[in-house]
Design a protein around this ligand. Structure first.
Ligand code: HEM
Length: 141
């Protein structure tokens, strides 16, 4: 897969996810969350992450799992900390930069990753603020 292209195909997403997870699983703070706390089988996990990004970036509707609940279960076993999300985003950005991924879908992936990470962090690490903000949103429409 040549460098310097956009995340605009299933093949590009597959390469990106593989490289991203190489970084996550080499991180001494994050790897145990995947391998020990959640006990993932990486060969089963990676295709689900690819499907998640195919849905967000390419509109492929097949990913139907509830990722907030999945992280909630991890959090119950070992609480996430704000530093975890900063590190996760650092690896995400480093993976994009290393192969010079760029283009509209790369921009969208970056935007979504930052938003979802902030949302997960708020929901799990500061749930009271998250609930207040959500109920305020509901009230004001
Ligand atoms: C601190 C940062 C994060 C950590 C340590 C983390 C860790 C994990 C772990 C351990 C799992 C596997 C849970 C299991 O199968 O039992 C998981 C699942 C998942 N993660 Fe994260 N996560 C983080 C942030 C994110 C973010 C920001 C996104 C999206 C932008 C994301 C997307 C996903 C998805 C889609 C799944 C579910 C895959 C499936 O359907 O099985 N994660 N995560």
């Amino acid at each position: 897969m040549p460098s310097g292209q956009d995340l605009d195909s299933a093949a590009a997403i597959q390469v990106f996810v593989r490289r991203f997870y190489d970084r996550l699983l080499a991180d001494p703070e994050l790897a145990p969350l995947f391998l020990e706390v959640a006990g993932i089988d990486i060969e089963a996990h990676r295709p689900r992450i690819e499907a998640f990004w195919r849905k967000l970036l390419l509109g492929d509707p097949r990913y139907q799992r509830h990722m907030m609940d999945i992280h909630r279960q991890v959090h119950r076993r070992q609480p996430f900390r704000p530093g975890h999300f900063r590190r996760w985003l650092g690896h995400f950005e480093a993976t994009l930069a290393a192969a010079d991924w760029h283009g509209p879908l790369t921009d969208r992936a970056r935007f979504l990753a930052h938003n979802i990470a902030a949302n997960l962090e708020e929901a799990l690490v500061t749930p009271d603020q998250y609930r207040q903000r959500r109920s305020a949103t509901v009230k004001t429409g």
